[in-house]
Design a protein around this ligand. Sequence first.
Ligand SMILES: Nc1ncnc2c1ncn2[C@@H]1O[C@H](COP(=O)(O)OP(=O)(O)O)[C@@H](O)[C@H]1O
Ligand SMILES: [Mg+2]
Length: 336
Amino acid sequence: MEDKRLLFRIRNLKKYFPLKKRSFLQREVGSVRAIDNINFDIYEGETLSIVGESGCGKSTLGRTILQLYKPTEGTVEYFGSRLSSGGPVGLQSLHVTQMRKYRKDMQLIFQDPYSALNPYMTVGQMIAEGLQAQSMLEREPKKNREYIFSIMEQCGLPPEVAHGYPHQFSAQQRRRISIARSLALRPVFIIADEPVSDLDAPFRSRILNLLLELKRDHGLTYMLTFSDLSLTKYISDRVGVMFEGTIVELAESTALHALPIHPYTEALLLATPSSERRRKGRTRILEGNTTSSLPLPSGCAFYSRCKYATQICREKAPMFKEHRPNHYVACHHPLG
Ligand SMILES: Nc1ncnc2c1ncn2[C@@H]1O[C@H](COP(=O)(O)OP(=O)(O)O)[C@@H](O)[C@H]1O
Ligand SMILES: [Mg+2]
C-alpha cells in the first residue's frame, strides 16, 4: 500500500463495562475489559479485517470507534477528507450533537441484521428513514424513489423488495438490505460486524464480493470483523488478530497468512481446515478458556494457552510493537 492516507488514528482505546453484583444496590464489583489498550491506524481506501473468537471484543471495538460506546479511555482521531476544519477531529471528545455531523460518514452494519432491521417498516421505508434522519431526502418523491432503487440495485436487490418487510427475506437478502441502508447515506467508512457469520459458504462469498464491488465503486474504507481467519485472506489489505480485548498481531494480509508471528495467529491458521496449512498432530494447540471477565494476570493474556510460553510471559505483558516493517505483534517470543 503506497501513498497511504490516514483516516483514523486509534490510540490506547479502552472500553470497560462495569460488572454489577446482582442485588438491588447494583454495586460495582470490577469490570469487563472488553477492549484494552488498542492502538492502530486505518488508511483511506483499505479493507482492514479484525479477527478473533467470540467474546474477544470485536463488536465493542467497532462501537467504541464510532462512539456508540463512550471510550473508557483513549482517543479516536478522524482525518476524513470531508472535514471542513482540515485537521483531525478527536471523536472521543465530541458531544453527541457534535458527533451527529460525522455519523453519516461512518456507518456500522450490525452483526445481526434481523434485530437491526425494523420489523414494522418496509425496506423502502427503512432506507428512506435513514435518508430523512440525515436530511438527505429530496423535495421530489420521485427522485427519492429513483435514488433508493438505484442503491438497492447496486446491492443486488430488485425494486419489489422495497415493498417487503424484513421477515419476508432470506438471511442473505437481509444482509443486502442492511448494506443498502448504510450505503444510501454515502458514507466514507463502513464497519461491517461479522458480515457473513449467519450465511452458508456460497452466500458468504457473494456478500463479500458485493462489499468489495461497492468499495471500488464508491471509494469506501472498510473495517470488517470475522471469527474465522480464513475468510480474511483474499478480501483484506490488512488483518488484525484480537485476543481477549487486545490486538496481538496486525499486518498485511498476505504476510499475516504466510508468516504469522504471534503464536495465537499460528494456532488459528493451523486450526483452519485448509490442506496447505494442516500439519499432522498440530491442529489443536489452543487450550484453556477465555476469562476476560476475571482480573488479568500481570503477564501475557495468551500465556496459559501458548505452547511457547516461558517465565517472562507469565510475569510481564508484552508490548505491541513493529517486529518487521508494517508487521506489529505483542509477544515475547515472536515466531520468525
Ligand atoms: N454492553 C455490554 N455490557 C457488558 N459487557 C459487555 C457488553 N458488550 C460486550 N460485553 C462483554 O465484552 C466482551 C467483548 O464482547 P464483544 O465485543 O461482543 O465481543 P465479540 O464481538 O468479539 O464477540 C465480552 O466479554 C462481553 O461479554
Ligand atoms: Mg460481536
